[in-house]
Write a protein of this length. Sequence first.
Length: 584
Amino acid sequence: MSTPLENWVEEVSRLTKPKTVVWCDGSEAENNRLTEEMLGDGTFLNLNEHTYPKCYLHRSNPNDVARTEQVTFICTKKKEDAGPTNNWMSPAEGKQRVGPLFDGAMAGRTMYVAPYILGPASSPYSKVGVEVTDSAYVVANMRIMSRMGRVAQERLGSSEDFVPGLHSLGDLDPAKRFVMHFPEEKLIWSVGSGYGGNALLGKKCFALRIGSWMAREQGWMAEHMLILGLEDPSGKVTYMAAAFPSACGKTNLAMMVSALEGEGYRVWTVGDDIAWMHSGPDGYLRAVNPEAGFFGVAPGTNQKSNPNVMKALSRNSIFTNVGLTRNREPWWEGIQDAAPMGLEDWQGRPWTPSLGPAAHPNSRYTVPAQQSPSISKRWEDPAGVPISAIIFGGRRAHLAPLVYESFDWEHGVYVGASMASETTAAATGAVGVTRRDPMAMLPFCGYNMGDYFGHWLEMGKRVKHPPRVFHVNWFRKNAAGQFLWPGYGENVRVLKWMLERIEGRAGARETPIGLVPEEKGLTMSGLALAPRALEELFEVNAEEWKKDLAEVGAFLGKFGERLPVGIRKQMEMQWKRLEQASRG
Ligand code: OXD
Ligand code: MN
C-alpha cells in the first residue's frame, strides 16, 4: 500500500513529467553528489577552498533576485478570509491559472522530493513539510535551512500529516511566476522563481503563511521574529523575540556581540527570522525556531555589524548574488572598505563603479545555524524557550523613539498592529517608502489580518504570563540626516533596560505612546553620543504622532468589521492621550 506522500509524489510527477525522481535523504554523500552536479552545470561556482571550504557561489537569473509580493496569493474560498492585505484568488481559479504552468514543467529535469522538519527534530511543536522541486540549488539550501531528509521521513512515517509544497523553476519568466498558498488544504505551489523566499517553501510559505493559518486554528503563533537570549552577570538568560520587517537587522540583533560583555551581558542566538510560539504548560509563551540555518542579507555584514555570522559563513555556506574577488572569495558592499582589484559583480561582469553595487543589494548567505559562535545551548530545546519580551521595530527615520514599552498586552498588540517601516531590497519594488507593516507580517500573514489581531488579543488571555511588549527604532535620524544611535552591539543597552523592566528594577517615564526610560535609565557607560542625541532619540512629538495615527486609522479602517474592538479601543485611547499631551 502506498503512503499519502507516495501518492502525492506520483500525482505531481504525472503533472510535471520529470526525467527522474530522486528522494532526498539529506546525507553528506547526497549533498556532495548534488554539489558536483551543480559545479558541473554552472549552478554553483567554487569558492576559495582554503579560506571558504565547502562554500559555493550561485548567480541567479537577474530577473529573479527577491521576493515577489505582487504574484504571491492566498487562495481561500472566501475573499474576506484572505483579507485586504493579501492578493487573493479562489482555490479553483488559482489551480486553473497556475496548474498549466506545471504541466510538463520538469520534462528533461530531475524532480527532487525533499521531506523536512520545521522545528527541533524531537519537539512536539515541530511540523513536517515536503518540497518537490526541480532545483538542486533549492535542495542544497533546504538542507541548511531545515532538518531535511531521512529524519523527516522517519518522523512522518506513513502519516498524511505533512504540508506538500510543489516548486518548479519553470522557465523563470516573470510573467509566469506565481507563489500560491491554499491554506484550507495546507498546500503550496510556487513556479517561475528560484529565489529563497519564493522557492525555499519551508521558509515564508510554510513557516509563516500556512503556519500562521494553522497557528490560529490550533491556538499558537507563527511570527516573523528572531529569538535571542540575554545573559546577565549572574548567568541567568532571559529570552526575547523581535519582529522587524525584512532586512531591518533581525539577524544582526540575534547574533550581536554585546557592547556590555565586560559587564557580563551577552546575547545568545536561538533564531534570526521566524518564531513558532505556544502557550507552554508552565504558563509562559514558549518559542522554537522552525529553521536550522540563516538566510541572511549579505551587504552591510562585516566584522563590526555581525562578527559572529562572519565566522559562521566561512565554511559549508552558499552565497547567492554576491561579488567574487580574484582570490575567489565572496565580496559585498560593506564587507571591507574598498572594492579589491579584479572584482566580478553578482552577474559575473568585471566590476566598475558604473555598474552599480558589485553585490546585489538583496544578495544572501545561507549558513547552518550551529556554526554561529553565538548559538544558544537551548536553540534546539524541544520545549522551546520561555519568552519574556516581544519587541516590535522597523526603520523609521523620524517619529519613533529608540525604545518604548506598551502599557499592557492589549496596548502592545495595538503597537504591533500600527507598526510601519521603510521598505528594503528584500522584496521587489521601491526601496525606502514607509509602509504599514503590522507585526512585520504584512507579506507573510496567511489570512485576514483583522482576524490575526484578534488572535493576538486571544493569545494574551491564553498565556498566563504574557511577555512584556516593547517597540524599538535603531534608525532615527537628526535634522542633518545622521543616525542618532550607533546600533549593532550597542543595542544591548536597550535590551538591558527591557530586562530591568521585566525584573521590576527600572523605572519609566510615561508618554502618550508608551513608557520610555527615565533620564539616565539607559546604561551609557563607554558610549559617547552627540550632545542632545539622547533627548532627540526619546522625543515624542504629539502632533507628529497624531498625523501618524490618522494614517494608522486609514490603514486599519480597511479591515472593517474584522478589526477587533480591542484595537479600536486602543486607537481611541491613543488619540485621547495625544490630545491631552497637545493641550499640555
Ligand atoms: C527573508 C525576508 O528572507 O524576510 O527573511 O525576506
Ligand atoms: Mn524574513
